[in-house]
Design a binder for this molecule. Structure first.
Ligand SMILES: *Cc1c(COP(=O)(O)O)cnc(C)c1O
Length: 384
């Protein structure tokens, strides 16, 4: 099917960002005329701003979201907060980056099924996975929904678990319960959080960028050194490090986009509400309702149906592009053949049933969401 038949693209960044082109170009031009192309004020300013936004004590920019996770975990090992071979509870239905970061640091992912209704890690899931080897948990705020509950908080405290949030999809999300420290905002709920500014995320760069947030300032110091060839000062390398820094042009671009964060969250919420109110097809299951305003920032609006592939085909025939997050879970990827895990029936079923609808403001309008809902309501698997 040619692109011209797509009436409702899944995500058209060109269109979504058209109103920002002038301001984004100005931000990039500011860095070009500064002559400071690595680090500097733009990056520092963004790190400070992210601390204010989330309530984290410290922040360190990285080259991307995966590196934010892996450098943070490696810093935990260096600092003695974790040691090689320790187990980290990770929801099995995540993007592979969450698991890659764990294995990269010499840690062992303990994959668990998510809660069926929220599709996120739950306190009950953590409870079932606990063992003396489990030293950390990685709540992934999947699809923008905060994966945090009172049980998880209690278990983390009781068992002295390190809480590392994969907040790649959830900038601006918050739990009304509060976190381990003073903030309930995604990325600062636990000890460490990783943000991704990948272009399709709710706040995106025009390339790769990421950030570590932490309530343990020493983790930020160590991760920052790791990201800079392992050096604590010039030509003095205390670790065998990497090069993974947040580019100042990207920092300036992200700064522009952050000004819109409230609007982005509000509009995503509005589109999600339209879907939730308007879709009423007995074959389709909607995402769990949220009970507090920023419990989800709706990075994805994910419906479920056992007729997923038929629905997807039907929708493309009606001009609606969709996506699948994610069709193959990490434990079934070739790179993790042989990885140890308990049966993961919920994860595997979700992988065959989930379908993401267009939800990005500026690319998808409220009216589009109403029309897409009607098209979904006319779907009958028996006709396909
Ligand atoms: C995008 C994403 C990452 C990785 O971020 P990058 O910036 O693409 O490296 C990690 N975890 C999750 C859940 C993500 O969605």
């Amino acid at each position: 099917m040619s692109n011209s038949n797509v009436r409702y693209p899944f995500l058209d960044l060109r269109k979504a960002d058209a109103h920002l082109h002038g301001r984004l170009a100005e931000a990039a031009a500011r860095v070009i005329s500064s002559g400071r192309y690595i680090g500097g004020k733009e990056v520092e300013r963004l790190e400070e701003r992210m601390c204010v936004l989330t309530g984290a004590a410290s922040a360190a920019g990285t080259g991307n979201g995966l590196d934010a996770l892996r450098l943070a975990l490696r810093a935990c090992v260096i600092e003695g907060l974790l040691k090689e071979g320790d187990e980290v509870v990770v929801p099995a239905n995540t993007y592979i980056a969450s698991v890659l970061a764990v294995t990269d640091a010499g840690l062992v992912p303990k994959l668990v099924d998510p809660d069926e209704s929220t599709m996120c890690l739950s306190g009950e899931g953590v409870r079932k996975a606990l063992s003396p080897k489990v030293k950390a948990i990685m709540p992934v705020h999947l699809y923008g929904r905060v994966a945090w509950d009172a049980t998880m908080a209690d278990l983390a405290r009781e068992h002295d678990l390190l809480v590392i949030e994969d907040a790649a999809q959830s900038i601006g999300a918050a739990t009304p319960l509060g976190g381990m420290f003073h903030s309930g905002t995604a990325g600062a709920i636990g000890h460490i959080g990783a943000i991704s500014f990948y272009p399709t995320k709710n706040v995106g760069a025009i390339g790769d960028a990421g950030m570590i947030l932490t309530n343990i300032p020493q983790v930020a110091v160590t991760a920052r050194a790791l990201a800079n060839y392992g050096s604590d000062r010039r030509y003095h390398n205390i670790y065998r490090g990497f090069n993974s820094r947040l580019d100042p042009i990207q920092a300036a671009i992200i700064g522009v986009r952050l000004e819109e964060l409230e609007e982005i969250c509000r509009e995503r919420e509005a589109i999600a509400r339209i879907y939730s109110r308007s879709i009423s097809n007995p074959h389709v299951k909607l995402p769990a309702l949220t009970t507090s305003p920023r419990e989800s920032v709706w990075h994805q609006y994910v419906i479920r149906t056992p007729h997923r592939d038929a629905l997807r085909e039907y929708l493309i025939g009606r001009g609606v592009q969709t996506d699948i997050h994610y069709a193959v879970p990490p434990h079934l990827q070739p790179c993790y053949i042989g990885i140890r895990h308990t049966p993961l029936p919920v994860t595997e079923r979700l992988a065959s049933e989930v379908l993401s609808l267009p939800v990005t403001p500026g690319s998808t309008s409220r009216d589009d969401a109403r029309q897409i809902s009607e098209i979904i309501n006319e779907f009958n698997p028996k006709d396909e």
